[in-house]
Design a protein. Sequence first.
Lengths: 351, 321
Amino acid sequence: MRPNGLHLNLNRRALESLGVYVFLLIILAIMAVVSPQSMTTGHLLDLVRQAAPLGVLAVGQTLALLVGGIDLSVEAVITLTNVVAAALMAAGDQTIPSALLFVLTIAAAVGTINGLAVAKLKIPPFIATLAMGTVIQGGYLVYTHGSPTGKIAPGFRVIAEGWIGGLPVAGLIWAVVVILVAILLRRTGFGRRLYATGGNPQTARLSGIPVTRVLVLSYALTSVLAAGAGLLLSAYIGLASMSVGAGYGLNSIAAVVIGGTSFAGGQGGLSGTIAGALVMVLLQSLLTMMNVGEPGRLVMQGLVIAGMVAVYQLRGARRGRARAGGPWPSVDPQRSASGQDYRAGSEGSGP
Amino acid sequence: MRKGWRGSVVRQARRAIPIYLLVLGLVAMTLVVSPTFRTEQNFRNVVAQVTPLAAVAVGQTVVLLLGGIDLSIGSVVSLATVILSFSGRNGSLHIGPALLLALAAGALVGFLNGLGVVRLRIPPLLMTLASMAVVKGVALYLRDAPGGSVDRAFTRFLNWHAGPVTMFGLALLVLYLAAWAFLSFTRPGRHLYATGGDREHARRSGVNVDWTTILGYTLAGLVGAIGGILLAGRIYSGDPVIGDAYSLDSVAASVLGGTSLLGGIGGVVGTLAGAVLLAMTNNILNLLNVFSFYQYIVKGLILAGALVLYHVRGRGAHRAA
């Protein structure tokens, strides 16, 4: 990190997430035109409530991306959390604490294994978490024999359906998660080490950062937050379902990158991710309002992802060109050699 | 990269030896244990099961060699089956135009992927994630549920067999030979390896890396469509979501076959064995009456195990050099 680097970084980070907020405002404006009656505080807060599971999950995915990785196992963790929680909570409210403890412990274990596979076995994060997701999928299929039973304790459903002082509980949980993780990233040594590891694992290692521990902790947190999202979704639907996590894995990645967190690791933050998650949910809701069917929604979603990322990349490239002057300014040669394009991430090459 | 083409072709093939041994061992073991596995009928089944994934994996390998990835290839498979499903009775397309349209659509998707990666600098994972959504949207627009039918003469042609020889098997053989020859012995094929191995170095040695990248993605889309056409020959109809699993499965098959996610290392020789291993795991576990849900666990563990293996070997090679 060059002198003054942190200060510049913070300013630039704030600027970079501006784009997604502008986009969010545009969606809200269109919403106001298409259906003025939907622009009530109550409805908007309800949308926040609906966005909370994806929001919490995206916070976790941000950590994985910041540390230079990616987590494709979150979808399986969500479903696992759901079927296990439903089975354990079937007996009623008194089982809630033990069920919570159990699912969060499983998630932490899953994340730890992900982190160890990436840091110690040097398996690219993309494949390590893909394999982990497949194993978990098998795990819950075996556990449920394909037809999950049980239901979420009625007392627990408050976290998705409840309102406190006019605010949705799910939204408040999301806010607390964001604040806690933001403090972790910005105000602690761990946060600094996480950014450094994501930025360049080799340099981080050489400057004495315990890269393995940082990676393991990051992936463990990602999985725990995925379990948190799974709990919110469970409280929302109230029963066990094999398809509860469907689509959330890629949507969380989309939310994070729309929010401006770089795929190359070490750049970005939560401010953009919040807006990214809201954009994903509001866009769905807006298109539903406009009677656009599933095909149209998918096409829009794809165009938004490609469009937002292209904007970030081209802006980054312009800045980079002034510095480097090559035809591939956005890719610094050291990183391109380690194949950061598709998340090789922490690949520590060398004999 | 060391001197000459022959060295790298041999090295590429040598890298695939363990996976072939694994497949052979698995086959030998199952031949002994399960009498059903020995039947000609089951052999044809396995080939037919392997075919779509093995075909799609060729396209995925090409993109992985570039250091990229193609998550949209599964949607291209779906789209191709949907387009072909308009060629049957009461359909609006003749089989000829339907085939051309499916291939052109696949190539177009791939071309746009390449353009996005090269010109807009969108990371491949995100670019193809976006196009996956768009292509799936188009497939769902054309057909919102599985249905339609594929031209009878064409499906009869694809399902032709004589003894253990099937049209699916022949098609696969031709596709792999063509891809292998292209990657190993043609100039654009070598440029693909060079670009994936070290982009900057390739560029300085006069390789048009942008064009090579776009070509690679276009080929992947085209091969994805071929996979979809073969799949349509098996299901006789169109299905807008049938291809979803192929995106990640094809990555798994390529990686199992020894193609590095970092680009520049590997090839289709190993991919074939990787695809066979993935498809056969299911077939064998079924024949052995293993509870089908365990198959996911086995698949995940095989994948992780193979990666660790390649990594350990890779490190050994580094040390030797």
